[in-house]
Design a protein around this ligand. Structure first.
Ligand code: TGC
Ligand code: FAD
Length: 397
């Protein structure tokens, strides 16, 4: 028999190509050497250093599965291994990267004109232009189809739309140069995607205030997008896609990335809990790891991390072969976010009172993983997506 490896119990490594292993190693090294040392202070200060995107850009980690336009063109699984490496440090760092890579660059790549791709993608791949994705509104989160943001023909500028409305809980919005905003055309009521460039917005038309004092995802920056008749040239609209298919197609890639990303956060929590359980002694000098209840917690978490990883790798392979369905992505996004959050909450118990100190890092993962379960479709919403596919009955309304 081979030797059991608690860090990769079902030998997922065996499923990766040489290229994927090399990319994962580059990403893991960067994240452990450059991100891990700054996360504690960043989380305390609720500070996101935009330079991180430039650093990631230098390593080819942004928009990694896009072919051409200065992007690496790697497999979906390799892209997932990058998100896993980043989220092993912090879900907020992964969030900043996912929005840039999957939601904005991915959207431009899939639905943009050739001119839009040439204009935005190379600079975004270098982390020199920062993106945000505006779908959620104050009154419409799980149900973005009811959005109120509107695009009217501009009253004075020919060839321009005028965008008004508000988006909220938008990752990167306070620092974004280009905001992919989804709004309904006044004439048709159909949802369209617009690339709003901050540098071109007249004063007072675009505000992107930060949402402060979050109790999760504090190492990422989140804000609103407030639009008051923002002029946007027709050349900045996605020409062909309309309806929710546009934003949801972008979400397919980002949700996939989260499914492997959260396994990174869970694996980090397992490693920290195992070390703590081996070092901390209670009752006659025994390490906590000596006790059966502690071992069960570790066994459950290690099993769920291994299963979740294999399922996500399978979905990634199907994605690259053109055989994936959105429901498969809903399944791994929901299952992996739920299991990561559930297990990390249990592992937190192993730290006793020390769990309350941020220096043990476990509380940060718990708070972050609540957010991952909520954004990009809250888990119950993914249950309903799966329920609809299983029964043929739509239960949202
Ligand atoms: P429904 O009738 O289901 O679909 C409307 C149209 O969209 C198409 N579609 C999809 N297309 C591609 N991929 C998918 N996954 C798709 N899902 C649906 C569908 O075929 C249809 O097309 P057409 O041509 O017939 O019009 O729409 P509904 O209004 O009933 O939607 C229901 C529901 C619940 C599925 C949907 O609204 C939903 O998923 N809600 C969750 C909202 C959400 O995920 N928001 C994410 C905001 S972005 C974010 O959170 C980023 S966080 C990033 C970070 O920091 O990491
Ligand atoms: P609601 O839709 O009000 O839902 C509240 C609860 O009710 C949930 O548990 C939900 O599952 C449940 N519920 C709703 N409808 C039903 C139903 N029909 N049946 C049963 N249960 C239901 N959005 C973006 O567009 N871009 C971003 O970059 C972005 N980044 C984010 C970053 C952070 C830190 C956070 C917290 C959120 C972010 N979001 C972003 C928003 C996120 O996608 C939404 O919070 C999420 O979609 C849920 O919407 P909501 O908060 O309005 O909750």
């Amino acid at each position: 028999y081979a030797t059991f490896n608690w860090e990769d119990p079902l030998n997922a490594k065996n499923l990766f190509t040489e290229d994927e292993l090399a990319i994962a190693e580059t990403a893991e090294r960067y994240c452990q050497e450059r991100l891990q040392p700054r996360v504690l202070q960043a989380y305390r200060d609720e500070h996101y250093d935009a330079k991180i995107l430039e650093e990631m850009g230098e390593l080819g980690l942004l928009g990694s599965s896009i072919k051409g336009y200065g992007c690496a063109g790697v497999s979906s699984v390799a892209g997932g291994l990058i998100t896993r490496a980043v989220e092993r440090v912090d879900s907020g760092y992964r969030s900043g990267m996912s929005v840039q890579s999957s939601l904005v660059m991915g959207g431009i790549y899939e639905f943009g004109t050739e001119e839009q791709k040439e204009r935005f993608l190379p600079e975004m791949a270098r982390g020199k232009l920062i993106g945000a994705f505006g779908l959620t509104e104050p009154n419409h989160g799980s149900d973005p189809g009811s959005m109120e943001s509107v695009a009217k023909p501009h009253p004075t500028k020919k060839g321009y739309y005028s965008l008004s409305g508000a988006k909220t809980w938008i990752t990167n919005s306070p620092i974004a140069d280009v905001l992919l905003v989804w709004a309904k055309l006044q004439e048709t009521g159909k949802i369209k995607g617009f690339l709003v460039e901050r540098k071109d917005c007249p004063p007072g038309t675009l505000q992107t205030p930060a949402i402060k004092d979050k109790n999760g995802l504090r190492a990422s920056i989140t804000g609103m997008i407030q639009m008051d008749e923002v002029p946007v040239p027709e050349a900045n609209m996605f020409p062909d896609v309309e309806g929710l298919k546009g934003p949801f197609s972008c979400l397919n890639s980002a949700r996939y990335g989260i499914s492997l990303g959260v396994m990174g956060a869970l694996e980090d929590a397992i490693a920290r809990a195992r070390t703590y359980a081996l070092e901390r002694k209670q009752f006659k000098g025994n390490p906590l790891a000596r006790y059966q209840l502690i071992q069960k917690k570790l066994a459950d978490a290690v099993t769920d991390a291994a299963y979740g990883t294999l399922a996500a790798v399978q979905v990634g392979r199907l994605k690259d072969e053109g055989k994936v369905t959105p429901e498969m992505i809903s399944m791994v996004k929901r299952q992996n976010c739920d299991s990561a959050l559930r297990n990390v909450r249990v592992l937190q118990e192993i730290f006793g009172g020390n769990a309350v100190s941020d220096e043990y890092h476990i509380g940060r993962h718990v708070a972050n993983l609540f957010v991952t379960q909520t954004y990009e479709g809250q888990s119950d919403i993914h249950s309903l997506i799966l329920g609809r596919a299983i029964t043929g009955i739509q239960a949202f309304v």
